[in-house]
Design a protein around this ligand. Structure first.
Ligand code: GLU
Length: 503
């Protein structure tokens, strides 16, 4: 008979095992981590968790670390690890040490499992999937919640030998006493109290394997060993991990390791109040990037998802500014609704506040990717200045820039404008006036004068001439300031031919 482990909980009659080396997190440097599983691209929820960790670390002058949890061999892919690291870097969330790769630590995980078995905290369980299935079905029929009934916890040595001789494979289960009480003071949610009986029976910590081996170690076990190895002082993660935390605290106690502090952040919800998922369209940071959001805006918006900054910070800030005042007091417990309009607004504000040089650096690659031939730096900057106030997304810079790089085809509203009575005639007069005027470079005042003269000699309204000129130059009726547009096109010798073409 395997001896019963000491109870891990507080008031169930047994002395809980306490760490011999309690860590006072007050005196230690704060070390936090993001522990993503590389089974997909960087999800907005994971990125927000990363940001809260980073903000807290930065505020405490501590360290932000990354651990790639790649133990699910089938679903983990190196390209996802790369995407996650690149996405965080793009957002400005830099980590302080080389990422720890969980799969490289498998020996330490298996050693820990061995010691848990040796000390009576864990045992081999030979129950087959089919038996488990039957157990669950019975529980369901009786209206009970599914749980493992701990049936192999007290297997006699003889019975175990027999199963081993039969070549039965086994998982390793960690003992969870029904009477255990687990409590911690969550930095966001306050006092948390769990009963062992709510945790589903003894938990599997290593996958099925031959009985003389230890199978692949599982999350609730390895997370404790690795957080402890990385000397993590604060575990900050999504609220979907709360019940895992209860289980993990029992593992910390069994392994005699110091407990970190825990903070469980609210989930990100869609407009209907459900957990944001693939069905809501964009969920990966990479998608936001290709939609034309700036990293500054996305990081700014993510900080607002669940955190209410003090009023004096306002809603527009850099993550460095946020880090100066970030703490857990202003993190909400309720889920945070994702608001596209707010994100768009923040993005437009970030773009409008860029210097023209900065914005050009973002737009250049987009224009080059369109195959457009860029002009002089001075001209490019002028174009940026012209279109900047109307950009909401970076990629709006493609549509706004197109008529300056490519000769546009006339849209229906432009055709209609040019068909208006007097339109073509006034443009003809304008072009002949233009031909007569010896221009040395484009002069805004001269251009305005020319329009006035055309209005006088044609007898048409200035408004009609300007609208027709816009139709001729841009091929559409929407666009930035007309005279500046004309000036830019004149500088690359594109104005006259467009006017000629339309008359
Ligand atoms: N790999 C886990 C996840 O991605 C980590 C959870 C944790 O932070 O402990 O959900």
């Amino acid at each position: 008979m395997v001896r019963a482990p000491p109870c891990h909980g507080g008031s169930c009659g047994f002395e809980p095992r306490r760490s011999r080396y309690p860590i006072s997190t007050k005196t230690l440097k704060v070390r936090v981590r993001l522990a993503p599983s590389p089974t997909g691209t960087l999800h907005i929820g994971t990125a927000r968790t990363a940001l809260f960790n980073w903000l807290f670390a930065k505020h405490e002058q501590g360290e932000f670390l990354i651990r790639i949890e790649d133990t699910d061999k089938e679903r983990s892919k190196p390209q996802f690890s790369e995407d996650i690291l690149e996405g965080l870097k793009w957002l400005g969330i830099e980590c302080n040490e080389k990422p720890v790769i969980q799969s490289e630590r498998i020996n330490a995980h298996k050693e820990a499992i061995k010691s848990l078995i040796d000390e009576g905290f864990a045992y081999r369980c030979y129950v087959t999937d089919q038996e488990l299935e039957e157990m669950r079905k019975k529980q369901k029929d009786q209206g009970l919640a599914p749980r493992y009934d701990n049936r192999h916890r007290y297997l006699s040595k003889e019975a175990e030998n027999k199963l081993q001789k039969e070549g039965k494979e086994c998982v390793i289960r960690f003992k969870i006493e029904d009477e255990a009480f687990i409590n911690w003071n969550d930095l966001i949610r306050g006092p948390m109290n769990w009963k062992g009986s709510d945790l589903g029976g003894d938990m599997v910590i290593a996958r099925r394997a031959p009985s003389n081996e230890i199978g692949d170690p599982l999350y609730n076990l390895v997370v404790v060993i690795d957080d402890s190895f990385m000397e993590i002082t604060h575990v900050i993660r999504g609220e979907d991990h709360i019940s895992n935390t209860a289980k993990q605290i029992l593992v910390y106690q069994a392994l005699d390791k110091a407990l970190p502090k825990f903070a469980h952040t609210p989930l990100i919800l869609n407009a209907e109040g459900k957990k944001l998922s693939k069905r809501d369209g964009v969920t990966s940071v990479i998608d936001f990037r290709s939609m034309g959001y700036t990293p500054q805006a996305l990081a700014n918006y993510m900080a607002l998802l669940g955190w209410s900054p003090p009023e004096d910070l306002g809603e527009l800030f850099t993550i460095n500014q946020a880090a100066k005042i970030f703490n857990f007091d202003r993190i909400n417990k309720a889920g945070a609704k994702f608001d596209w309009d707010k994100l768009k607004w923040i993005n437009s504000q970030v773009i409008h506040n860029f210097s023209t040089e900065e914005l050009l650096e973002y737009l250049k690659p987009l224009w080059i990717a369109e195959g457009w031939q860029l002009h002089s730096q001075e001209w490019n900057l002028k174009l940026v200045e012209l279109i900047q106030p109307s950009l909401i997304l970076l990629k709006d810079g493609i549509n706004q820039g197109r008529p300056f790089f490519l000769e546009p085809s006339l849209k229906s509203d432009a055709i209609e404008q040019l068909e208006t009575e007097g339109a073509k005639n006034s443009l003809k007069i304008l072009i002949s006036n233009l031909e007569k005027t010896p221009w040395d470079g484009f002069e805004i005042n001269q251009a305005k004068k020319l329009i006035n003269e055309t209005a006088n000699s044609s007898g048409e309204k200035k408004g009609l001439i300007m609208k027709s000129l816009r139709a001729a130059l841009l091929g559409e009726m929407q666009g930035p300031d007309l005279i500046s547009t004309w000036s830019l096109l004149a500088q690359i010798g594109q104005d006259r031919q467009r006017i000629f073409r339309s008359i």
